[in-house]
Design a protein around this ligand. Structure first.
Ligand code: GLU
Length: 444
């Protein structure tokens, strides 16, 4: 059996009931097959892949908190410190009822390669909890965040592990967590990113994932001889990534006609009204059903359906496995030119393969959504030098990083004879740097 197949089989056997983690490992290792086969003997002897797929350590802890009725609630918290070869662990905290160890491990594994691709000195990690901030009062969210951080603060620090936001964790949650860390540890340090601007946050961090997605998309289209301006774009999601992806797409001259949340989706033939979307989601924390009150011409539909709308570019920005094989078929049949992932692993493996085989440009999340974590690394830099850069400075750096990622991904695919396979390109480019750092640091 080849080394790749052996390790995939072991991952499945040793991590039962973690399908998303299996999926992420399979996607990465399958696409690295040529690279690994060229070095099979050495890698096998060094157990390189076993070390890649096993987190350096993982924490699972109880998070008790008191709700507004005085009832004690208990959630489970996680932090997976996956790989620190190129820098302190870095990655978000997901707060969502679907969170379990398999989800956090898949996200942590992806993060290792994503962070490497940014070219910045950050290792990979991820954390979270099955706590659902939706429908909770601010006080309940604070109680949860304080309890979560009371345990988490033992394992993190500005030079060891720097968490950030992800689904369910935004500015409010980061603020409560930062306050509790500072109170317990007595350290005012850049231990979290995505902080508010008044206490060490970076300008452009809020916008970074969505803006970065568009910078990469625009560059990749350009390399394929396509102009983004004037194109129709479908976006899924209505969270931080989706909102700022829509905003930047419109600034770059495209027309975005959809957005979605966990209950339904909107089609706005005149182009999504970003100000309305921000008010509904960021201020009112309400459902997309409200969107029609702002835009009477728009349609609201229950359930899923964004990918049935005819578009030139599709940007899945909601969550994992939201773009399925039938969606891929419909997008391709509708003449979609490109799918660029704003979320982490939103496209299933068979859907990805279908798109690639049918001539649709496909940019994987670990490259396309790396702008968020890259700007987090810029926030760490600013915290270390105790300075704040202007929006324009951060945004210019972000653009440079995304264009670089795009070229590295394209070039790596070509180097291994897989021109146009950007999944392979991103995985190879991310993998090479991590391997180099791991080899240099010995068997640890
Ligand atoms: N949660 C984001 C991601 O998936 C950002 C992580 C960070 O800023 O550390 O990359």
């Amino acid at each position: 059996m080849s080394y790749v197949d052996e390790v995939i089989a072991k991952v499945v056997e040793q991590n039962p009931s973690e399908p998303e983690f299996h999926q992420a490992v399979k996607e990465v290792l399958e696409s690295l097959r040529v690279v690994i086969e060229a070095n099979e003997e050495k890698y096998r002897k060094d157990a390189l892949l076993e070390r890649m797929v096993n987190p350096e350590r993982q924490f699972k802890f109880r998070v008790p908190w008191v709700d507004d009725k005085g009832q004690v609630q208990v959630n489970t918290g996680y932090r997976v410190q996956f790989n620190s070869a190129i820098g302190p662990y870095k990655g978000g905290i997901r707060l969502h009822p679907s969170v379990n160890i398999g989800i956090i491990k898949f996200l942590g594994f992806e993060q290792v390669f994503k962070n490497s691709l940014t070219g910045l000195p950050i290792g990979g990690g991820k954390g979270g909890s099955d706590f659902d901030p939706k429908g909770k009062s601010d006080r309940e969210v604070m109680a949860f965040c304080q309890s979560f951080m009371t345990e988490l603060c033992k394992y993190i620090g500005a030079d060891t592990d720097v968490p950030a936001g992800d689904i369910g964790t935004g500015a409010r949650e980061i603020g409560y967590m930062f306050g509790q860390y500072k109170r317990i540890r007595g350290l005012y340090e850049g231990v979290l990113t995505g902080k508010g601007l008044s206490y060490g946050g970076s300008l452009a961090r809020t916008e970074a994932t969505g803006y970065g997605l568009l910078y990469l998309t625009q560059e990749l289209l350009k390399l394929n001889g396509i102009e983004l301006a004037g194109k129709t774009v479908c976006v899924s999601g209505a969270g931080n990534v989706a909102i700022y992806a829509i905003e930047k797409a419109q600034q770059l001259g495209a027309k975005v006609v959809t957005a979605s949340d966990s209950t339904g989706w909107v089609y706005d033939p005149d182009g999504i009204d970003v100000a309305a979307l921000k008010e509904i989601k960021e201020v009112k924390r309400a459902r997309l059903t409200e969107y029609k009150n702002y835009r009477p011409n728009a349609e609201y539909h229950e359930g899923r359906g964004v990918w049935s709308v005819k578009c030139d570019v599709a940007l899945p920005c909601a969550t994992q496995n939201e773009l399925l094989i039938d969606d891929a078929k419909q997008l391709a049949a509708n003449g979609c030119l490109a799918v660029c992932e704003g979320a982490n692993m939103p496209t299933t493996m068979d859907a990805t393969e279908y798109l690639q085989k049918n001539g649709v440009i496909f940019a994987p999340g670990k490259a396309a959504n790396a702008g968020g974590v890259a700007t987090s690394a810029l926030e760490m830099t600013q915290n270390s030098e105790r300075l704040s850069w202007t929006f324009e400075e951060v945004d210019a750096k972000l653009q440079g990083i995304m264009v670089n990622i795009c070229h590295n991904m394209v070039d790596a695919a070509e180097r291994y004879g897989m021109k146009g396979n950007y999944v392979a390109g991103a995985n190879i480019a991310g993998f090479e740097k991590v391997v180099d750092a791991m080899n240099a640091q010995g068997i640890v």
